[in-house]
Design a protein around this ligand. Structure first.
Ligand code: ZN
Length: 507
């Protein structure tokens, strides 16, 4: 394999509750990017995992009256089990509390930053939001409450280890403005630059062993403290590759890789675009190349929350009820690049029915039926009279480049639109060329009509094949179904079959 090396990661969610559709969005986006780059001949490594070592998990386990280990394992399993229902082509899945690669890597990262002189002990008193797992300054709160969770943070006073974030403000600013560290969309990049311009404060990177209930990775050389869960969690992006345990593998994908791409939700931008790059600079490691930020899903206008405010939507049940590709398709086609998207089951099924059974299914069925009716199932040569199909062939030829550009800009909707233009142009081509009339003229001995019918049918089948090929990263199973229908076996296309069942008739 020689194509460019893309290392693509999702965030690793806390396992304080079961997964919801909001995280499925990130997983499906990351998987689509991974499949896309593999499809174009790149080398890809796709990682997800779970963030086990948080105090939030400890408190959730206590509230449920089960042991932390049992609780974390059970919920982490639920995240790992998203792989099949969402058709995720994961290469790796890391669990921070049990993966032997993780702890040694986090310890090494800590020691490297300590050796750089960036870790020091300090008495500290601050307002801690357990939901965020972070300290907030009073001016960052809204009416004394966490803006993200709406809860009052607790006052915590203890001696912690601190990381000299302030030292890296100028370099981070330069790396982001010059595009070495790319943050998309632009509004998020500006948000990070504003945060840096406002002044970066050193942040606490350990917790007392007691407050952490003994859960987490002990600070190297200071067992009375455990490593702050965000420091621990961010480390997964390199520990999973073998940083600290298998250096050649780490080198291959991180240090010597072409792109290091993190997909993150808008709520955790500061951790990924400020804290993490600063930690890497301190440790003397390369930075991520791309931080791609998605907004949130809402249900009926309310943010989806794992911890039960009635808006949790289970991606596994959705996929079981409506199909994996229906879920992927809604997430990729209807969620805008910027701005929250509102989910309802009605929207998901309406979209799937309109586009699968209505759009793709109809088009492919019509075309295959015509090839059988007029050419005995064998796809004719494109011939020389391509005037009537020139636009369709152009759209097919341009689609891959448009999809590449859209995905490079982290715009899944625009990528899907580029593929969809093939379908729309194919339908226009059928309406404009009226193949049934060409067939009638051919029967009356018109050889021009016969040649034109050849060209039209050949171009339409080509369009279906390109469509199937280009849709593969987005809806792998449906794309494969279309590909089978338009692939000749012994010189003949398979008989036309209905490819998609309408979801709303099935219910
Ligand atoms: Zn919070």
């Amino acid at each position: 394999m020689t194509g460019p090396r893309h290392y693509i990661t999702t965030t690793i969610p806390y396992v304080n509750a079961r997964p919801h559709l909001g995280f499925a969005l990130e997983l499906v986006q990351a998987d689509t990017l991974a499949r896309h780059h593999r499809h174009r001949g790149g080398q890809v490594r796709l990682l997800s995992g779970t963030d086990d070592n948080s105090l939030k998990n400890v408190l959730a386990a206590e509230a449920e009256g089960v042991g932390v280990r049992e609780f974390v394992d059970r919920n982490a399993d639920a995240f790992a089990a998203l792989r099949d229902p969402l058709a995720l082509s994961l290469d790796d899945f890391i669990r921070t509390s049990s993966d032997p690669r993780h702890r040694t890597g986090v310890e090494r990262l800590w020691r490297r930053c300590a050796a750089a002189g960036d870790l020091y002990r300090k008495e500290y008193e601050g307002l801690y939001c357990v939901g965020c797992e972070q300290f907030w300054t009073p001016d960052e709160l809204v009416d004394g409450r966490c803006a993200e969770h709406g809860t009052e943070p607790q006052l915590v006073a203890e001696e912690n280890w601190f990381f000299r974030l302030s030292r890296y403000a100028d370099r981070l600013h330069d790396l982001i403005t010059e595009g070495t560290l790319r943050i998309e969309p632009a509004a998020r990049r500006n948000e990070v630059l504003a945060l840096i311009a406002g002044g970066l404060h050193d942040f606490s990177v350990s917790r007392s062993h007691t407050r952490a209930r003994g859960w987490g990775i002990p600070v190297p050389g200071d067992p009375e403290q455990v490593v702050y869960v965000w420091w621990d969690a961010l480390g997964n992006y390199v520990t999973s590759l073998g940083y600290g345990s298998d250096d050649p593998a780490y080198e291959q994908w991180w240090a010597a890789g072409d792109r290091r791409i993190h997909l993150v939700g808008k709520g955790v931008v500061r951790f990924h675009a400020v804290y993490w790059p600063a930690m890497l600079l301190s440790a003397g490691l390369p930075l991520p190349t791309d931080i791609l930020v998605h907004d949130y899903l809402t249900v009926g206008g309310r943010k989806i929350s794992k911890s039960g405010n009635g808006t949790a939507v289970d991606p596994v049940s959705l996929a079981a009820a409506h199909g994996t590709d229906a879920v992927r398709w809604w997430l990729l086609r209807d969620v805008p690049r910027v701005g929250d998207a509102d989910f309802t089951t009605e929207r998901l099924t309406a979209r799937a029915d309109a586009d699968f059974a209505g759009g793709l299914g109809n088009l492919v069925h019509r075309i295959v039926t015509m090839v059988h009716r007029y050419r005995g199932g064998s796809v004719p040569p494109l011939g020389t009279d391509r005037f009537a199909v020139a636009t369709l062939l152009d759209v097919c030829r341009e689609a891959p480049g448009r999809i590449d550009a859209a995905l490079a800009g982290f715009d899944f909707r625009r990528a899907v639109d580029a593929a969809w233009d093939i379908l729309e142009e194919a339908n226009r081509c059928i309406d404009a060329t009226r193949p049934w009339e060409l067939a009638g003229a051919e029967r009356r001995g018109n050889s021009d009509a016969a040649e034109r019918l050849d060209a039209v049918l050949a171009a339409l089948v080509t369009a279906c094949r390109v469509l199937a090929d280009e849709l593969r990263p987005f809806v792998p199973e449906s794309a494969a179904r279309i590909a089978r229908q338009v692939t000749s076996v012994d010189g003949v296309l398979p008989e036309a079959e209905p490819l998609f069942v309408r979801l709303r008739e099935r219910r």
